[in-house]
Design a protein around this ligand. Structure first.
Ligand SMILES: [Zn+2]
Length: 311
């Protein structure tokens, strides 16, 4: 019998501003408050606790400027209560195929525009600078390309929308990194593959002509013959099931949840899906916290001209 999954939507940080702020402080300042300007911590920071002081305000002894935990994060100067931001991050990270801004707006009681803005800010958190390449000795990295979009729902409305090429690297039982690329020739793909895949890894690709030379740079190279429907060979080792599943999930999510994906926003959606899949071993709560812990340095205060429509 299946055990009922644990849900923590009752956590006070999802309902109460002070609890939300304290939770964010724990996530962003694991060793205590740090001045966002001088980056000093501990004894250089004073908590301000006057009667008229709003909660969560600190003062830096070095620059003598007050700050809160949201300074320099995607939450800075937002009029949306912090507890709603935390909920949005949690929802985004526990929805396998993503969630539409319309759904979020209904769940949080915020306008569609606000919900749309929140999700895009949170997707910025999912853009994490990689600490190093995927894979390593005895690790397998599957690489494949696909096209997003390009299917006209009704040809009467004009030409088919543009297709966007995406290449993904999936370490089996490990992280995922995907990239929007101008095309899928060796010249474009090689720099991405050798940067994000450790050469000590075993590379697994299809039989496309772009990979054999690249494959020589790795500890080993296996190829999967899609056309023969020959997914499992050599005792099940030669396959690209991980990257195929990733693309299947990405497409179900993008086509099912969103009306259209504009080229400008595609990298954010890829970051969202990469982050979720790369942290799939965590619980929903842990994954939501992992996302929030990357809220620093992602502040985007002004809306871009292209951010007024969905996608
Ligand atoms: Zn300071």
């Amino acid at each position: 019998m299946n055990k009922a999954p644990k849900t923590d939507l009752n956590d006070p940080s999802f309902h109460d501003e002070n609890a939300a702020r304290e939770r964010l402080e724990r996530l962003l300042w694991p060793n205590g408050p740090v001045c966002p300007r001088c980056h000093v911590g501990s004894e250089r920071i004073v908590k301000m606790e006057g009667k008229t002081t709003r909660p969560g305000l600190y003062n830096c002894r070095d620059c003598r400027k007050p700050f809160t935990v949201t300074v320099g994060t995607v939450f800075e100067r937002s009029h949306i209560p912090l507890h709603k931001w935390l909920l949005a991050g949690h929802f985004l990270m526990c929805s396998k195929k993503g969630m539409s801004a319309l759904q979020l707006s209904r769940m949080l009681g915020v306008t569609y525009e606000a919900a749309w803005f929140m999700f895009h800010r949170l997707r910025e958190c999912a853009k994490v600078d990689p600490s190093g390449p995927l894979g390593g000795t005895n690790k397998v990295i599957e690489v494949d390309e696909t096209y997003i979009g390009g299917k006209a729902r009704n040809k009467a409305y004009g030409p088919a929308p543009k297709k966007h090429a995406v290449v993904a690297l999936v370490e089996r039982e490990g992280g995922v990194r995907s990239f929007h690329v101008a095309n899928v020739d060796a010249k474009t793909l090689r720099p991405i593959v050798v940067k994000h895949a450790s050469r000590k890894s075993y590379l697994m690709t299809d039989e496309s002509g772009v990979y054999p030379k690249m494959g020589d740079e790795f500890a080993g190279h296996g190829t999967v013959n899609h056309s023969a429907n020959e997914y499992v060979r050599s005792g099940g080792f030669i396959h690209s099931n991980s990257v195929e599943s990733y693309f299947a999930l990405l497409k179900r999510g993008l086509y099912g949840t969103f009306h259209s994906i504009s080229e400008a926003h595609l990298p954010r959606y890829l970051a969202e899906f990469d982050f979720r899949l790369s942290h799939k071993k965590l619980s929903d709560t842990e994954r939501g916290e992992a996302l929030l812990s990357h809220a620093k340095g992602k502040r985007l205060m002004y809306r871009q001209p292209d951010e007024t429509k969905d996608g």
